[in-house]
Ligand binder design. Structure first.
Ligand SMILES: [Zn+2]
Ligand SMILES: [Zn+2]
Length: 312
């Protein structure tokens, strides 16, 4: 279904390969939706930040920025290691660490800007590859498919940090509903003095989700995807494929604290169920940040990122 949204079209959140728009009214079918909405948004941003646009030719790509973030983190890890070994750290090392933390924060802002720009340009230039659908409980796998990413353009109202999309867990195996989802501040995981527990309810009404048309898992309903995934043979094949990537980096999923790509891990003790086996963890020593791969849609998205093919 492709729909045209009239009146105000506000970008609510931006993911790699997807975006959520708040719309005042949903009207007729039209294919110009994506181009129009993306250009409108880009224009509004160019007006808001003329300097940033002028300098855009020497702005690094998101991927180059990720490498810089990894280099910064590696030096911090080294300083932390040294402090543990020596039992204390010198004044010079403390200053350097503070400087690096500052650089990391700056660099992450650059990453967010570069990534937003890349995603929106991609969406605008390849509008025919995108489809917009109205969110409903039968489409929650569309949300799950994009979970784990630091959500661009979605800021915590309390502290302005970026947010992530979370859902409560349905341990009884029942189907997820839109009500299960919410936005959580990435500052939630910071040490106590820097912590922010900001959350926002997921906007149910007037939300449209824009995503790629070529994702097979998103062309079926949430219920259908779940029942396909109940098949043992499907699960076994998925587990085998995912397992082959253990310890690899996932460029799209970054630690909320250290801003470096997370790596795939297999749980030491699990029930043997595909949805209970894998998670992404931060490579920074001692970091407890994880993103569980706890839905068929998330496993599909993971495999799509890694192999260019999902689970269907
Ligand atoms: Zn916050
Ligand atoms: Zn971390």
């Amino acid at each position: 279904m492709l729909v045209l949204f009239s009146k105000c079209m506000i970008l609510e959140a931006l993911f790699t390969g997807a975006a959520i728009f708040c719309v005042e009214a949903v009207r007729t079918f039209a294919s110009e939706f994506v181009t129009e909405v993306v250009y409108r948004w880009k224009n509004s941003r160019t007006k808001a930040k003329p300097d940033a646009q002028q300098n855009s030719f020497n702005v690094k790509t998101a991927q180059a920025t990720v490498q810089d973030l990894e280099t910064i983190d590696a030096e911090i890890v080294e300083l932390e290691r040294k402090a543990r070994r020596d039992g204390s750290s010198s004044r010079a090392d403390q200053d350097r660490q503070q400087e690096l933390e500052q650089q990391r924060a700056e660099k992450f802002k650059q990453y967010e800007a570069a990534k937003s720009e890349e995603i929106l340009s991609e969406q605008a230039e390849n509008a025919e590859n995108y489809i917009a659908s109205v969110l409903s409980s039968d489409r929650v796998h569309v949300l799950q498919y994009h979970m784990g990413q630091v959500v661009l353009e979605k800021k915590c109202s309390a502290c302005q940090r970026p947010m992530i999309l979370q859902s409560r867990q349905r341990l009884d195996g029942s189907l997820y509903r839109l009500e299960d989802f919410f936005w959580s501040c990435t500052g939630y995981f910071n040490p106590a003095h820097l912590q922010c527990r900001g959350t926002q309810p997921f906007r149910k009404q007037d939300s449209a989700f824009l995503h790629k048309t070529n994702v097979l898992e998103l062309t079926v309903s949430n219920a259908d995807l779940s029942s396909i995934f109940e098949s043992r043979s499907v699960q076994n094949a998925v587990v085998e494929r995912v397992k082959s990537h253990v310890k690899e980096k996932d460029q799209e999923i970054m630690c909320s604290i250290h801003h470096v790509p997370m790596t795939l891990r297999e749980r030491r003790e699990h029930s043997g169920a595909a949805l209970d086996m894998f998670f992404l963890g931060c490579p920074h020593p001692g970091c407890q940040q994880t993103v569980k791969l706890k839905s068929a849609a998330q496993l599909a998205a993971y495999l799509q990122r890694k192999e260019g093919r999902g689970i269907l």
